[in-house]
Ligand binder design. Structure first.
Ligand code: ADP
Ligand code: MG
Length: 536
């Protein structure tokens, strides 16, 4: 008898990955090979030359920081030269290099891995773990991503799934998955706020639940606020106290730093349950050839004082998201906590104070995204399937000749959705091809937004209609022409924004003799459209 393949839901997190599966209508987390409910989202090249994934990769992170990749989720789908990657480069212990397509890639020993490859190892591990646990083939998955992921990032996650041998049936937004875990088939009519404080990012979304219709009303967050910031505060404190106690500086070797960071994280997590802990790190350094141990006590009150401002920042963001749609705090019927860091008692107290009611109990912060993904996966094709109504998180548009960003798809456009515009009519001096650079973001200058890709069209496309469509997964398609002549076009992302800038500078230099359009503050990011739109 042919083996029945199974479908899983995967929460591919910055820090941890969680896999879930529905059996007899009940979603359950699939335990890892170590019996844990989470798989560390880590990939490492061991000194033996083996590629390690998950727990084993985390185990050796202390002694092998340069060849251990964590936080791939922050890099995937981003051009190497983008601002975010350049900022992360100095903060991450492993090497980030430009990949073959201009995207950020990582260097492990002599090997360069693309970010989809890195994530595919984690996904392949998730697939293997679930095949062992469920006893059969697993070839399909629903994978969750942050609501703010752009087209490049979503496509890169799909690619990672493909490389892992999984057919990705759907990319689902994390807050929507969390809301599904809470409200699926419960016939609720409620406004819920999903407060997701994870390892590296904070995300907040407001959803309207109406039976099995899940509508995202507003969403926002901070991509540089999460558990690691709490760990850092603890680590800094511990080093300060150690230096006071011992009257000596603490070596900043990567190994010592990594040990202190892990200890800080463990202490922080323990303080969610018990009121005080002792951080103990034997032989953290040496004095006159003798080992010196680190022993620093920490109380929950101290932890709260060290991190209160981080918690306060999340509420400034919450209020901003509510304000987007003029939603009052009292209108929120339930607050759902997601993300490991939301288990901190201070966070729960702050929620209660802010909303006048405690967060929802019974939705597990570590598991609910994966459970929601599994429920959604299981409902695909079913008659009582859920309806997801989402909105575009950031505008999508193109660069104008002046360098200004022209939005075509506006923020909060219901998706799936589309908008179109017309290329200017042909002119005699038109170049051989038209190229259009697409961006996503809300900055006025195109170059300050995320570069999505470039559309290269024959000159004959002048005057034609261009349609930008975002599908239910948040993926962008571009169609040029109308009726029978309409054709879908692939965006080329081979050109990084820098490369685009350079070719344009070249082109400008060649055309130097011709009358120029109004002086652009920056030569780059423009295309021959400069000549088409810009009638200076
Ligand atoms: P992500 O979705 O970004 O991968 P997770 O939701 O798995 O992140 O959250 C990971 C973060 O949660 C880490 O910073 C971890 O230290 C923190 N965390 C986990 N458990 C607890 C706890 N009991 N108390 C406080 N923080 C915790
Ligand atoms: Mg998460």
């Amino acid at each position: 008898m042919a083996e029945r393949s199974r479908i899983i839901g995967i929460d591919l997190g910055t820090t941890n990955t969680v896999v879930a599966h529905v059996r007899n209508r009940i979603p359950k987390v699939v335990p890892s090979e170590r019996g844990n409910l989470v798989i560390p989202s880590m990939v490492a090249l061991a000194s033996s030359g083996d590629l390690l994934v998950g727990g084993p990769a985390r185990d050796q992170a202390v002694t092998n920081p340069r060849n251990t990749v964590s936080g791939a989720k922050r890099l995937i789908g981003r051009p190497f030269e983008s601002l975010a990657v350049q900022e992360l480069k100095s903060a991450l212990p492993y090497e980030i290099v430009p990949g073959p397509d201009g995207a950020a890639a990582v260097k492990l020993g002599e090997r360069v891995l693309t970010l989809p490859e890195v994530s595919s190892h984690v996904l392949a591990h998730a697939k293997k773990v679930s095949e062992l646990s469920l006893g059969g083939l697993v070839t399909e998955a629903v994978i969750t991503v942050p609501a703010w992921y752009n087209d490049n990032q979503r496509s890169a996650v799909k690619e990672a799934g493909r490389l892992a041998g999984l057919e990705v049936k759907r990319i689902l937004n994390e807050p929507t998955a969390a809301a599904l875990a809470y409200g699926f088939n419960r016939k609720l009519r409620k406004k819920v706020l999903v407060y997701d404080l994870g390892g590296g990012t904070f995300d907040v979304s407001v959803l309207q639940l109406d039976n099995n219709v899940f509508e995202v009303l507003a969403t926002g967050g901070d991509t540089f606020l999460g558990g690691v910031d709490f760990d850092r505060r603890v680590a800094e404190h511990v080093v300060r106290v150690f230096e006071q106690l011992e009257g000596m500086g603490l070596s900043t070797s990567p190994v010592a730093r990594q040990r202190i960071q892990f200890a800080a994280e463990s202490a922080k997590m323990d303080l969610s349950v018990i009121p005080n802990v002792m951080l103990e790190l034997p032989f953290i350094t040496e004095r006159r050839g003798k080992p010196v141990d680190l022993r620093v006590p920490l109380t929950r009150d101290q932890l709260n004082a060290l991190t209160q401002d981080l918690v306060d920042r999340t509420f400034a963001i919450v209020d901003g998201v509510l304000a987007q749609k003029g939603i009052r705090r009292q209108e929120i019927d339930e607050v759902l906590l997601v993300g490991g860091q939301s288990r901190m008692p201070l966070v729960q107290q702050a929620i209660t104070a802010h909303f006048g009611k405690p967060p929802r109990k019974g939705v597990h912060p570590d598991e609910c995204v994966a459970l929601g993904a599994a429920l959604f996966a299981d409902s695909l094709g079913a008659l009582d399937a859920v309806t997801l109504l989402d909105a575009l998180f950031m505008p999508i548009g193109y660069a104008q000749p002046s360098g200004a960003f022209k939005a075509v798809l506006e923020r909060n456009l219901p998706i799936p959705g589309a908008r179109s515009f017309r290329l200017p009519p042909p002119r005699e001096s038109d170049p051989a091809e038209i190229s259009l650079e697409l961006f996503q973001g809300d900055a006025q200058r195109a170059g300050d937004n995320e570069f999505l890709g470039r559309l290269v069209l024959p000159a004959s496309a002048a005057g034609q209609k261009v349609e930008l469509r975002v599908d239910a997964e948040g993926l962008l398609t571009v169609t040029v022409g109308e009726g029978a002549n309409a054709r879908a076009h692939q965006l080329s992302t081979r050109d990084t924004p820098e490369a685009v800038r350079r070719t344009l500078a070249d082109r400008d230099a060649r055309k130097a003799g011709e009358p120029r359009v109004a002086p652009a503050p920056e030569p780059g990011l423009l295309s021959s459209l400069k000549k088409m739109f810009g009638r200076g």
